[in-house]
Design a binder for this molecule. Structure first.
Ligand code: SF4
Length: 366
């Protein structure tokens, strides 16, 4: 197939749905890891077209949603300084910290800018040598290579007013935390195709073998998700626990060597806190070696980020672990909407709560 429409072909979708229905003989619970996959499942109504015996759990693959509140509070503190320009992706500006969000800081006079990439932030640093420009660098293995490259370019060109406040997280340790949890219900994973385009899936093979759980690397279009679900169901029915690659037009087993090399050059793997989940061992990235000079946490002596004690009706942690659905939240669609968000999964374009709000709200009547 060459064109996007072909991945949304209704007849092909019906054939795959029929094949899934024929293959399923008992109930299965599968997790689509990535928020973009969740959005496609709901946007196209695929979750309701699947046989009842195939239950979907939405995973933690929304980078904005899993950024801890304590690091957002650090970003807010930095953005409030008169000598700082703080730059980040649009969604990050609206995610609540413990008291306010970055857009509020902007409204109060802070210099907060929306950018589309770390290189945009680096350009800001060149254009404003009198300011310290801090890029709030969040995301999975998809955004880490580009952010690593920004550090390499800044180092090469001697840009000494550029910094990064990093909250980079890694997918395989999160899947391991889910698979090893005593209350885990997930029997198979649809792995995130964009992440695996960078990393490949060798790490996922280790997980599949260790936890006896099948994994299919999936794309994001309707036919991608249906084909990947069919592949996963066939593995489950046959008792196989392998990694299969549905997204072969983008993903190679060994990943992207150049992207992995620049990540390895700039970052080291560390324990990291996930919003609503807690600390997952070896699940984050931190600037290392010569690149620590760009680490905003060090340069501005922020100290260890500590989670504030707050009370909230938000059940984002349960949603991110797939324990509860967004519609189980008492605030969903009432106190919490995309216009007035109480939690990150409603803010982010990849968040599960936003997906339910946009595509499945009528199911709740809220
Ligand atoms: S609907 Fe809003 S308050 Fe409820 S879990 Fe989602 S983000 Fe949190």
């Amino acid at each position: 197939m060459r064109y996007l429409d072909e991945y949304r072909d209704g007849d092909a979708a019906r054939r795959l749905l029929d094949a899934i229905a024929r293959a399923v003989t008992r109930p299965w619970t599968i997790m689509e890891v990535c928020g973009s996959q969740t959005h496609s499942f709901l946007k196209y109504g695929i979750d309701r077209m699947l046989p009842e015996r195939v239950a979907l759990i939405h995973g933690p693959g929304c980078p904005v949603c899993v950024t801890p509140v304590e690091i957002i509070d650090q970003a807010i503190a930095l953005a409030s300084r008169p000598d700082v320009i703080l730059a980040s992706y649009g969604d990050m500006l609206r995610v609540p910290g413990s008291a306010k969000d970055l857009l509020s800081v902007k409204a109060e006079g802070g210099d907060v800018r929306m950018v589309y990439s770390s290189l945009d932030a680096l350009r800001l640093a060149r254009d404003h040598p009198d300011k310290k420009v801090i890029f709030f660098a969040i995301g999975f293995e998809t955004t880490a290579p580009a952010n690593a490259m920004a550090a390499v370019v800044a180092e090469r060109d001697g840009v000494d007013n550029f910094f990064m406040l990093t909250s980079h997280v890694l997918v395989p340790p999160a899947l391991e935390a889910i698979a090893s949890a005593p209350d885990n219900r997930v029997q198979g994973f649809l792995a995130p195709g964009h992440v695996c385009t960078v990393t490949g899936y060798v790490d996922y093979e280790r997980l599949a073998a260790k936890y006896r759980i099948p994994i299919v690397v999936s794309g994001f279009e309707p036919l991608d998700l249906l084909e990947a679900t069919y592949m996963l169901v066939r593995q489950l029915e046959a008792g196989r626990c392998e990694v299969e690659n549905q997204y072969s037009r983008s993903v190679k087993r060994e990943g992207n060597p150049q992207a992995l090399a620049v990540m390895d050059r700039v970052f080291e793997v560390v324990d990291h806190a996930w919003r609503g989940i807690g600390v997952i061992p070896k699940s984050g990235l931190r600037l290392k070696g010569a690149y620590t000079r760009f680490d905003a946490a060090r340069a501005f002596e922020l100290g260890a980020a500590t989670a504030p004690a707050t009370e909230s009706v938000c059940i984002a942690g349960l949603v991110l672990r797939g324990v509860r659905k967004p519609t189980d939240c008492p605030a969903f669609g009432t106190d919490c909407t995309p216009e007035h968000c109480l939690g990150a999964p409603m803010v982010s374009s990849e968040g599960a709560c936003a997906a339910y709000y946009h595509y499945a709200r009528q199911r709740t009547g809220r």
